[in-house]
Unconditional design. Structure first.
Length: 200
């Protein structure tokens, strides 16, 4: 894969990316808060923030990468990411496009649904959380392993610039290697305890 040029991002480019992310998160928090009824105290937790932030990233940024790569206001931000991970260049590498389409169309909405279930104490929250965390961990593993099984290897997929590699390719994906395993474990324990009580 050919390394794309590193774009120079202006203030407006950062405002589009970070502002859009903040607005999306705020709107979903407001929506969930307004529908929370007696559960308003459950809205503002780290877990819900994680799911809402992930949902917005999956449903907006990754959706734009796959379906509107060449015509978006966050194009320069996407170009910066592509300078760190060449699979996200123009055109998007086909395997990456397929994985990100699944992430955008399934993981994103499922994140918001799990946050809703957590706030409202729905019984399906933990089974859905296990499915979601499994999908997120699988996506990250695919992201990591994909270059190892290609002809180009890691060198052909990632920038040799240490800042681009560590800050963007690694740093922006690292939270999905930390939070989903903990949430998976939380749900596994809750379901196991519930099954033990039921079997009695």
């Amino acid at each position: 894969m050919k390394a794309p040029p590193v774009p120079s991002l202006g203030v407006l480019d950062w405002a589009y990316v970070l502002g859009g992310l903040a607005i999306g998160i705020a709107l979903i928090f407001c929506l969930l808060y307004n529908t929370a009824g007696n559960y308003k105290g459950r809205v503002f937790t780290f877990v819900n923030f994680w799911f809402i932030m992930s949902g917005v990233i999956h449903s907006w940024i990754e959706f734009m990468f796959v379906f509107y790569r060449n015509s978006t206001i966050i194009g320069n931000g996407m170009d910066l990411y592509a300078a760190a991970d060449f699979r996200y260049g123009r055109p998007l590498e086909t395997g990456t496009a397929a994985m990100e389409a699944i992430t955008a169309l399934i993981d994103g909405p499922l994140c918001i649904a799990v946050a809703y279930a957590a706030i409202h104490g729905r019984g399906w929250r933990h089974p859905a959380q296990i499915v979601l965390c499994t999908m997120q961990m699988y996506g990250l593993l695919w992201f990591i392993l994909h270059p190892l099984f290609s002809d180009e290897g890691m060198v052909g997929h990632f920038s040799s610039d240490p800042v681009l590699f560590w800050a963007i390719a690694v740093g922006m994906n690292a939270p999905w290697g930390i939070v989903p395993p903990f949430l998976f474990y939380e749900s596994f324990v809750k379901i196991s305890k519930a099954m033990k009580v039921k079997q009695g």
